[in-house]
Write a protein that binds this ligand. Structure first.
Ligand code: ARG
Ligand code: ZN
Ligand code: CA
Length: 241
């Protein structure tokens, strides 16, 4: 059995209007989803096809809401250039990235649901960014991205996971052995099986691009890859102290 790793989480709300200034309840609904999805407590695991069911895995992370910072802004939307992460550009500065997950919630341009920084990069921009309409399960959250899975997906990247199709052709790997090869993202809510690269895609993995209701698993291989970043000498070892 894996030890539980605690992930204190700082949420920066950068808002231009009341709808973007999301409630504590909406924030907590997202923390609750993370605690379900990263502990295999999500009830939709029952939908995993038999082929993949014994690969489904708990990562054993416990997320807690450390603090919420609210910043009113005159900007109505933000690019993916990290400006929201600096008070000098109207955003909110990162807090203790070696021991905290930082999440910035602000309206991202062009319908982008969210984006993340991989481990081992610049500490000043370490964390994930999610648009308020895709954050949590209540309030301003909008279907089909209203089950908090954008944040689950982005935290996967923050813990070094690649997209399930490896962002390339069949031979482009995601560096995880127990996820099938694929050469393309899946969207919407595909019926099983979807065949690519001569195997069935694991479309229900959190690291594909399907709708929130249609993604419900990490694998054992993904669990190992994520937990490796917390090991001694790893980029997120600070969380174990
Ligand atoms: N496009 C985003 C990314 O690559 C997030 C996709 C999240 N998908 C979802 N169903 N919530 O990081
Ligand atoms: Zn992604
Ligand atoms: Ca793989």
């Amino acid at each position: 059995v894996l030890d539980t790793i605690n992930i204190p989480t700082v949420v920066h709300i950068i808002y231009n209007n009341d709808k973007e200034n999301i409630s504590e309840e909406q924030i907590q609904s997202q923390i609750d989803v993370l605690n379900e999805d990263f502990n295999k407590k999500n009830t939709d695991i029952s939908q995993i096809p038999k082929e993949f069911s014994d690969r489904s895995s708990s990562v054993n992370l416990r997320f807690s809401l450390d603090s919420v910072i609210r910043i009113s802004s005159t900007k109505t939307s933000w690019g993916t250039d990290d400006e929201m992460k600096f008070s000098s550009s109207g955003g909110s500065d990162v807090i203790s990235p070696n021991t905290r997950l930082n999440i910035w919630v602000c309206n991202i341009d062009g319908g982008v649901l969210g984006y993340a920084q991989f481990p081992g990069d610049n500490p000043d921009t370490d964390g994930i960014v999610v648009s308020p309409q895709y954050f949590g399960t209540s309030g301003s959250a909008i279907a089909p991205f209203d089950k908090g899975r954008t944040t689950t997906h982005e935290v996967g990247h923050w813990l070094n996971l690649r997209h399930i199709w490896g962002d390339g052709g069949c031979l482009q790997d995601d560096f995880v052995a127990d996820t099938p090869e694929s050469n393309t993202p899946n969207y919407g809510c595909p019926d099983y099986p979807v065949v690519n690269c001569e195997s069935n895609d694991m479309t229900m993995n959190y690291m594909d691009y399907v709708d929130d209701a249609c993604m419900y698993m990490f694998t054992s291989g993904q669990t190992d890859r994520m937990r490796a970043v917390f090991a001694s000498g790893g980029p997120r070892e600070g969380f174990l102290n």
